[in-house]
Write a protein that binds this ligand. Structure first.
Ligand code: PEP
Ligand code: MG
Length: 591
């Protein structure tokens, strides 16, 4: 028997998909790609290279199209966007021009064109665009390999069944192939939460941790044992016996707790003293709907639509089809569709001088009315049953609300003038409260809208003047800061005075420490990450509203995040038996 000499090592990455995997790894090494730059000596050779390019491209498209009908909608969108890059006539034109004019082989031309595209996206401020850039780089190397192998991509001849896949990152195709071959977890040295691989893995409910770093990859070999903890974003290589035992226990505990929490699925969200709340879910892509349904959400409080921007921003028909389908699936529950929130941390496609404080959200849309009107028409057309609501992101001026309202009315009138649209209803109009301006003016804004949804993620960054994604200032970015909580309380009080529905869709609503405070402020609705639905309901159902109100009064007098955290933690300990945090805060404390 082999004696274990290697030491246990713990690597921290980002949580991409929850769950715990204990087992062996398979390393997928990316084949190194060498691109030939040789000069083509004859016209015949030039024509042959053009044929090679076309054949490899067609094969690539065919492979991507294979089995496409069985894919969930969101993954379909991903695959289709790759297909449309490959089929783009500009790509063909540019590649052929390089082969002809520079007299270089197909692999050189393809690589040059795709790398250029990737570099353009790489310069973007947005993580989402940079992740797309990485994907295009991978497409480039896959394309080169196909040209070198007469159109084929060599499969990985490695064991994938029941393994955790360790690699730098995977393409859409590789991810799907690994899952179909039985992979059970993913640990990547690179990759991001909104990468397509991440979306797919979440859809299949497999644990995943990304961005573990290069040191992680070099510490592990195929066949080694690892623990992938998708709850806390940790991967443990060569775990000690004690660690293994602890994680086996944790895995069981999570299973039990999940079972217990699942009993809450169909119960109403109601405090122990009978105050009802509406509990909704936030989704980034429609494939999360299954999760949402499993966990008993009453509807969707925030449908982020940015994923549609790249491929379908001006495609009214596809947008309508997608919104309609989601609306039908959540009916009779509400579906709050947020207009494209472009800029800052999200997809945009161009570089910004001042990402968070410049062109963002509604500011972009009002400058590009075609984009805005297309989306508004699709949203109206989806409102066949009356459960669709439209939400404006990043509002900071009343004029922005008035402008959207006017466009909404115009488009609605125009659509209704066609008898085929007789059944359509005007969607309710709401705004995100996520800028200090909107929060401070909420008493006035309340007169112009049907609902508020407080976006605590952005509100925190703007109130505290700390960028959301700034690693150096991460310790300062906290939605439990008294300044943020006071802003939220001010908005809730104004909403109540004006009889306007107020919900919270920022992460504070998914944070167990935020929930009692929001209950105490008497919000009407919490809209949370799908994975946080049951833990949130557990807290709502366990605490008395009257006591939560007292807690808020107390917290409003506190000065620091630590004081708030202590006050809420002792409150929770009094009323909630055990809390499983998807984010793993309690679990991390114990680990
Ligand atoms: C928010 O800002 O709190 C919010 C929900 O919007 P997003 O996270 O999409 O910016
Ligand atoms: Mg926001």
């Amino acid at each position: 028997m082999r004696t274990r000499t290697r030491k246990e090592a713990v690597y921290k990455g980002i949580r991409v998909s929850p769950g715990i995997f204990i087992g062996k790894v398979t390393i997928i090494a990316r084949p190194s790609v060498t691109v030939s730059t040789r000069k083509l000596r004859s016209d015949k050779a030039v024509e042959e290279e053009i044929q090679k390019f076309m054949a490899a491209r067609d094969m690539f498209v065919k492979d991507l199209e294979r089995g496409i009908t069985t894919l969930p909608e969101s993954i379909l969108t991903v695959v289709q966007s790759q297909i449309s890059i490959l089929k783009d006539p500009n790509l063909e034109r540019e590649v052929i021009a390089i082969i002809r004019e520079e007299r270089r082989p197909a692999e050189y031309a393809v690589n040059k064109v795709l790398q250029k595209l990737s570099r353009q996206l790489q310069r973007s401020e947005s993580d989402y665009m940079r992740e797309r850039a990485e994907e295009i780089k991978r497409m480039a190397s896959d394309f080169v390999l196909r040209i070198q192998n007469s159109g084929h991509l060599q499969g990985h001849k490695v064991i994938l069944r029941n393994r955790a896949i360790v690699t730098d990152d995977l393409s859409v195709q590789e991810t799907l192939r690994s899952i179909r071959a039985g992979a059970k977890a993913f640990a990547f040295s690179a990759g991001g939460k909104t990468s397509h691989a991440g979306i797919i893995i979440r859809n299949y409910h497999l644990p995943a941790v990304f961005a573990l770093g290069d040191e992680f990859i070099s510490s592990v070999s195929t066949g080694d044992r690892v623990i992938v903890d998708g709850y806390t974003g940790v991967v443990i290589v060569h775990p000690k016996k004690a660690t293994l035992l602890r994680y086996k226990g944790l895995r069981e505990r999570y299973k039990l707790q999940e079972k217990k929490l699942l009993e809450l699925k169909d119960k109403p969200a109601m405090t122990s003293d009978q105050v009802r709340l509406t509990l909704l879910a936030n989704i980034d892509v429609p494939d999360e709907l299954d999760l949402v349904k499993n966990y008993g959400a009453q509807g969707i409080g925030l449908f982020r639509t940015e994923y549609l921007f790249e491929s379908y921003k001006l495609d009214e028909a596809i947008q309508t089809r997608i919104y309609r389908k989601v609306a039908r699936q959540v009916y009779p529950g509400p579906l709050v569709i947020r207009l494209f929130d472009l800029g800052a941390d999200k997809v945009f496609g161009r570089e910004m001088k001042h990402p968070a404080l410049g062109m963002r959200g509604i500011r972009v849309l009002l400058k590009d009315e075609k984009l805005l009107r297309t989306q508004i028409r699709a949203i109206i057309k989806a409102n066949q049953q009356g459960n669709v609501k439209l939400m404006i992101p990043m509002v900071s001026l009343l004029e922005e609300v008035e402008a959207v309202k006017e466009i909404l009315k115009q488009e609605y009138r125009q659509l209704k003038s066609n008898p085929v649209n007789k059944a359509l209803q005007l969607p309710e109009l709401g705004i995100m409260i996520e800028t200090p301006s909107a929060a401070l003016m909420s008493d006035i804004l309340a007169d112009h809208v049907n609902f508020f949804s407080i976006g605590t993620n952005d509100l925190t960054q703007y109130v505290l003047a700390v960028a959301r994604g700034d690693a150096e200032l991460a310790h300062m970015y906290n939605h439990l800061h008294p300044a943020v909580l006071r802003s939220i309380k001010w908005v809730c009080d104004n909403a109540h005075r004006k009889n306007v529905w107020v919900g919270v869709c920022g992460e504070l609503a998914s944070d167990p420490l935020g929930v009692p405070l929001l209950i105490g402020m008497r919000v009407d609705e919490l809209s949370v990450a799908p994975g946080a639905l049951l833990t949130t309901k557990n807290i709502i159902n366990s605490v008395p509203y009257e006591e939560a109100k007292e807690l808020v009064n107390k917290v409003m007098k506190l000065s620091t995040v630590d004081e708030v955290r202590d006050a809420v933690t002792s409150f929770l300990k009094k009323y909630v038996e055990e809390i499983v945090l998807e984010g793993g805060a309690y679990h991390e404390d114990k680990a």
